[in-house]
Design a protein around this ligand. Structure first.
Ligand SMILES: O=C(CO)[C@@H](O)[C@H](O)COP(=O)(O)O
Ligand SMILES: [Fe+2]
Length: 236
């Protein structure tokens, strides 16, 4: 069953205090941590790789790890890289719970989904703003999540593209039970559009990590998503 999920993007955190910042947003109600991996080729920016994810995994255990009392979270890895298939094994090893590749970066999306799932983690596919949504229609039944980018991938802190909402709406109508993520420029002012279109997984970097009261921002966004899912009869 789909449910509201807020995934703060660690790109907006203070990397010198990464674990601390992550604990703070998890304690404020974040369900997932969104980890933006950029290779300087697929997008014009470089961010972080396996060593940082592996270190963060030690500070933020898996949700089902009962051996630790540290704040736990699901690691949602958004792979803005060329040849994403090359990185699946490494990211599984360093602690990814979900591997989101870009449709534009691979020749065989279905084979990549199967490869990801063979490692017992979730598989998701992202589309850039210029990519039509129908490329996901055949792949949809094989996916755990679809990501509709609401900014051009590459940088945090950009303006939300409201004109991406028809893509979200089309996916929600076609796949009522699919996790549908939006990423880029999400905050209290833009969440109503994303929620109305049917998104249920909300990536929010700047708006959560720079908030005075992250818990208020997270609960506001979850409530908007919840109301919409309820009005569609998708939430009990
Ligand atoms: O993938 C990306 C950008 O490429 C995003 O995850 C951003 O990092 C989200 O940041 P905000 O727009 O929420 O600040
Ligand atoms: Fe992202």
């Amino acid at each position: 069953m789909v449910k509201p999920i807020v995934a703060p993007s660690i790109l907006a955190s203070d990397f010198a205090n990464l674990a601390c910042g992550c604990h703070k947003v998890i304690n404020a109600g974040a369900d997932w941590l969104h980890i933006d991996v950029m290779d300087g080729h697929f997008v014009p920016n470089i961010t972080l790789g396996q060593p940082i994810v592996a270190s963060l995994r030690k500070a933020v255990p898996r949700v089902d790890d009962n051996s630790s009392s540290a704040p736990k979270a699901f690691f949602d890895c958004h792979m803005m890289v060329e040849s994403p298939e090359k990185w699946v094994t490494d990211f599984v090893k360093c602690g990814a719970d979900q591997f989101t590749f870009h449709y534009e970066a691979t020749k065989d999306p279905l084979a990549l989904v199967k490869l990801i799932k063979s490692h017992n983690i979730r598989a998701a596919c992202a589309i850039k703003p210029g990519t039509p949504v129908d490329v996901l229609f055949e792949l949809g039944p094989h996916l755990d999540m679809a990501l509709v980018m609401t900014v051009e991938p590459g940088f945090g802190g950009q303006k939300f593209m409201i004109d991406m909402m028809p893509k979200v709406e089309a996916l929600r109508n076609k796949f009522p039970q699919l996790d549908i993520q939006v990423d880029g420029g999400l905050g209290k002012d833009t969440i109503p559009h994303a929620a109305k279109a049917g998104a249920n997984v909300i990536v929010a970097g700047t708006s959560v990590f720079t908030a005075e009261n992250p818990s208020e921002v997270i609960s506001f966004m979850k409530a908007e998503v919840s109301d919409n899912l309820q009005s569609r009869g998708l939430l009990n």
